[in-house]
Design a protein around this ligand. Structure first.
Ligand code: URA
Length: 436
């Protein structure tokens, strides 16, 4: 077998065999296939796509490139959730406690933020001492003890994805649907859980710009799940505007805590209760989606799931008191307020909010940048809301001395229009138990 014959086949749309795909993935891992060769293969996939068989072979080869977690010692149903990445997306921190409260445990591998999107691991690290590196045994123990455990991606799990993603990042091949689908699903399937729910973001702050593209990605991931005999539910959600009212690391943990204590924004409540309800249906805790959502909304109101967030963070050595005494622990040198210059309906741009938050210090432009946990943005008004001239729209928190450039960037984050932009948050649901 040689690389040239494989690339010739891909160029001419001839389906690759399992051995050929394995040869590519293993060859790249062991440096027998070079970056320039793999780049040409990735670009050929970008233009030619992949058949269902090829998707299966690629995902399988990626999973088998490292260790898998069977999590056999976990008692009871076990859920996993993944978001394709958004601005202000702290859903997992609310979803986890909600489903744990109903007896479904959560075991999840999360990532760090890069560019405009935040990452769950960074958010949790704002609770000083929080440890994302657990062995499989510690992971199992934590899940059994508190009902939730989240860990960072390790070198051992799906190592092929790590090196392939780095190459895609610099060769213009990130936004290929089969490559995204196999990358996400290899990481989901490397952990044995009883349900998987994926939140595919669509719009300005997301990888997928249109519903059609997002549907194609969602279907590819459901198909991969089915090939591995795993049920996958997908929610397509609008990312044209940020989720909730906070963007930033400690700010988002605090918002998750507030939401779990009955003080959440309506969009965050809608998304977290829907995602949790689907998981509870998938694990047969409820049979009817509306009844599950109603119960979960009551749980948010009565605050009874919030202890799961605190316990989970403290169990992984994080100092949750930092969040409970937020004002004392996360002050910033500056608080720049942005006011409306005229009256009308507010329209937010999540893409620009993501970059603004990164510039304020809450995100990384490059992989090795250090995050400022206290930096970020608080939205004082919501998307589509009617505002009057002079109203406070949002507040920027930062320790950096660059007010003028922050203010210039802030003007790109919103528009004030004559009509409200009442876009829906939930665009589509694909699930064997419920369809929208
Ligand atoms: N998230 C992933 O894990 N992989 C991709 O390719 C894109 C988003």
């Amino acid at each position: 077998m040689n690389f040239l014959s494989i690339i010739e086949k891909k160029k001419h749309n001839i389906e690759l065999s399992e051995n050929e795909v394995l040869f590519l993935v293993n060859g790249f891992l062991t440096n027998k296939i070079k970056d320039y060769q793999m780049s040409s293969f990735l670009m050929a996939v970008y233009f030619k796509g992949m058949t269902t068989n090829e998707l299966y072979y690629l995902t399988k080869a990626m999973i088998n490139s490292g260790s898998t977690y069977t999590l056999e010692g976990v008692e009871g149903p076990l859920a996993d959730k993944h978001s394709t990445g958004g601005v202000g997306d702290k859903t997992s921190l609310i979803y986890g406690p909600l489903v744990a409260k109903y007896g479904v445990k959560v075991a999840k591998i999360s990532g760090r933020g890069l560019g405009k999107t935040g990452g769950t691991i960074d958010k949790l690290e704002s609770c000083t001492g929080w440890n994302s590196q657990l062995s499989e045994n510690q992971f199992i123990e934590s899940v059994n003890k508190v009902g939730i455990s989240i860990i960072g991606q390790s070198k051992n799990i799906v190592p092929a994805d790590k090196i392939l993603y780095s190459l895609r990042d610099v060769t213009g091949t990130v936004d290929s649907i089969p490559l995204i689908a196999s990358s996400i699903m290899s990481k989901k399937l490397a952990i044995r859980t009883s349900s998987i729910i994926l939140d595919v973001k669509v719009g300005k702050g997301a990888f997928m710009q249109t519903i059609d593209e997002a549907m194609e990605l969602a279907n590819a991931m459901v198909e991969i799940g089915a090939l591995f005999k795993r049920d996958v539910s997908v929610i397509l959600t609008n990312m044209n505007y940020p989720l909730g009212s906070c963007i930033g690391n400690a700010l988002e943990v605090k918002e998750a805590w507030n939401t779990l204590n009955g003080k959440g924004t309506s969009d965050l409540i809608e998304l977290t209760t829907l995602a949790a309800a689907i998981t509870l249906l998938d694990n047969k805790i409820f049979e009817n989606l509306d009844i599950a959502i109603k119960a979960l909304k009551n749980t948010l109101k009565d605050g009874s799931a919030s202890k799961f967030l605190k316990d989970f963070i403290e169990n992984q050595s994080g100092d949750f008191n930092k969040i409970l005494n937020y004002e004392k622990n996360f002050t910033t040198k500056y608080e720049h307020k942005v006011y409306a210059q005229n009256s009308g309906y507010l329209e937010f741009n999540s893409d620009n909010f993501g970059f603004l938050s990164m510039n304020l210090g809450a995100g990384r432009e490059h992989k090795d940048d250090v995050i400022d946990f206290s930096a970020g943005i608080v939205l004082n008004k919501s998307h589509s809301e009617y505002v009057k001239n002079g109203d406070l729209l949002f507040t920027m928190f930062t320790n950096k001395d660059d007010e003028q450039s922050f203010r210039e960037y802030a003007t790109k984050c919103y528009y004030i229009k004559d009509k409200p932009n009442n876009e829906k948050l939930i665009l589509k649901v694909i699930s064997k138990n419920y369809n929208l």
